[in-house]
Design a protein around this ligand. Sequence first.
Ligand SMILES: C[S@@+](CC[C@H](N)C(=O)[O-])C[C@H]1O[C@@H](n2cnc3c(N)ncnc32)[C@H](O)[C@@H]1O
Length: 324
Amino acid sequence: MLDLHPAPADMARLVIEGLNRTPKQLPAWFLYDNEGSRLFDAICEQPEYGLTRTETALLKRHAPAIATALGEGVLVEFGAGSARKVSPLLEALAPPAYVALDISAEHLQQACRNLQQRHPTIPVLGICCDYSLLEQLPELPLLAGQRRLGFYPGSSLGNFDHDEAVTLLAQFARLLGSNGLLLIGIDQPRSVAALEAAYNDRAGHSAAFARNLLVRLNRELAGSFDPGSFRYEAHWQARDSRIAMALVSARDQQVSLAGTSWQFTAGEALITEYSHKYSPEAFTALAAAAGWHSLERWSADDGSFSLHLLQPATVGAAPGRLSI
Ligand SMILES: C[S@@+](CC[C@H](N)C(=O)[O-])C[C@H]1O[C@@H](n2cnc3c(N)ncnc32)[C@H](O)[C@@H]1O
């Protein structure tokens, strides 16, 4: 595995910037230390969180058609997590190599080990990095002369606001190259009750996932957060078509970190992450703003989720086809 994780000083700078914002907000990737990644896996198994089951079923069902549409190339997964969704694609594609990018180093290493055991004939490489900042994929013999097929599941794009999402998709276009393709999973707006339950499960894993962020800040950046004095909330914000997840201060309190102090008033929110939801049309427009052309789409029967296959717009693709 290659380890390009941001240095503690860069993390401290990002946290200070985030706590100086109104409302206070931290980059979503801070949620993913080893314990955060473990808690995220637990969230994926909760009855309220259907996204993982829906996307996994779509991938299993359509893997042969997706593999045909993707063609030959190295598969590059952004934000691979436990890399549990990619197996049907690896089986159908048999790519010359698979590269997993993720910010959570220890978890990524274990995920790559497990995946390598399941697919012994495909070379597996992990790169621990912030994919939004990566200037280029490392020049490795594994990647030399190969087309790059991007895979970005989990609707992780939803963590970024509109402008950031356009920038990130343009960044992926750059990393994948002019003959690359991107397969991306996107969660769609639906019942507010179902969405709010998905991000605030009854078993409390979502709350533990958010609170673990404060534990991490205390441990890694000498923070003084009292995680017990923040309650977790997840609310649908219709105007922005997103769920906002926050730790809300239960009382007036002062918190310090990396030599700086901040005041929280009772009821004040620290945004831990957003999850923006896009209709297929809204997503296609967003992707177009980043220079991607929509080539094909596979959607869940209940309309809650779609896998979109994108091609750089400059390639001048034929009009898109829909597979519903
Ligand atoms: C919502 S989880 C999705 C995990 C998995 N792809 C799935 O679909 O279940 C987001 C994953 O992306 C990783 N991640 C989040 N922000 C990242 C960033 N800026 N750079 C690299 N990895 C990131 C997290 O560590 C986590 O594993």
